[in-house]
Design a protein around this ligand. Structure first.
Ligand code: CA
Length: 249
């Protein structure tokens, strides 16, 4: 990454929006694959749970569905393989199995340099919030243990707050609404997955992609990312620079 690449990306965004610059009040962080190194566990759990019900979802493909609601992913695979919609009972049973496998194999691993990145955002006077499709009951405790005092939990968006889920912009629009953000250039999205990036892009926000998984960079850029980093470590090295470019209005 270079300062010029960042400046060009922000200028391009601002020209499209007819504004002078970003004016960040919050940064909306996706959770799985950004704050926690949990995606390999999710992908494996999906693959195993689907197989139990006679469905084939390769582990690699699971990464492409990241961000979708559970019912959304199950619906796609059921239509493809059985040529019909999944019933509500099937959705519930498959999702339960997936959650069971996930809880068995996953350990909570913070993504390296996620803590440093979030802390730097907060120290710049910008409020970090979490926007996730996850509905894990232990979410708040897990965030507080790993990122003590950093996130504004009242403004968090999780599964219960949204109906449609990513790639619909609903979760990010909800994040803006909860935090009282009036304009999309007053916040920024940090995402790792194509559908999440698409959701962020459709919400109108500046989207920073962090490629922490196995998919090619182009897939993330094509989904609508304004800027791409290859790790949270790389983002942590530039987050102050980005925050300081933002206009203090
Ligand atoms: Ca993610």
């Amino acid at each position: 990454m270079t300062p010029d690449i960042i400046k060009v990306a922000i200028n391009k965004y601002c020209q499209e929006k007819h504004i002078e610059g970003l004016s960040l009040k919050t940064v909306m962080f996706d959770m799985d694959g950004v704050l926690f190194d949990s995606m390999p566990y999710h992908a494996q759990s999906w693959h195993r749970a689907m197989a139990d019900f006679g469905l084939n979802l390769p582990v690699e493909e699971a990464f492409m569905h990241e961000g979708r609601t559970g019912a959304g992913t199950i619906g796609i695979v059921t239509r493809r393989q059985f040529n019909r919609e999944a019933t509500e009972e099937e959705c519930k049973a498959i999702y339960q199995r997936k959650s069971q496998y996930f809880n068995e194999i996953s350990e909570t691993k913070r993504m390296p340099f996620a803590y440093e990145t979030v802390k730097a955002v907060k120290e710049c006077g910008i409020v970090p919030i979490v926007v996730t499709g996850s509905g894990q009951a232990s979410l708040l405790g897990k965030l507080e243990r790993n990122f003590p005092g950093l996130f504004k939990s009242e403004w968090m968006v999780c599964a219960k707050d949204v109906k449609l889920g990513k790639p619909n912009p609903e979760p990010y629009l909800m994040g803006m609404k909860k935090s009282g953000i009036a304009h999309e250039w007053e916040t920024m999205v940090v995402e790792n997955a194509p559908l999440g990036i698409e959701a962020g892009h459709k919400s109108g926000c500046f989207v920073v992609a962090v490629n922490t998984g196995p998919l090619p960079d182009e897939m993330l850029m094509k989904a609508g990312a304004n800027l791409l980093f290859h790790s949270m470590k790389e983002l942590s090295e530039w987050i102050n620079y980005i925050s300081n470019l933002s206009l203090k209005l």
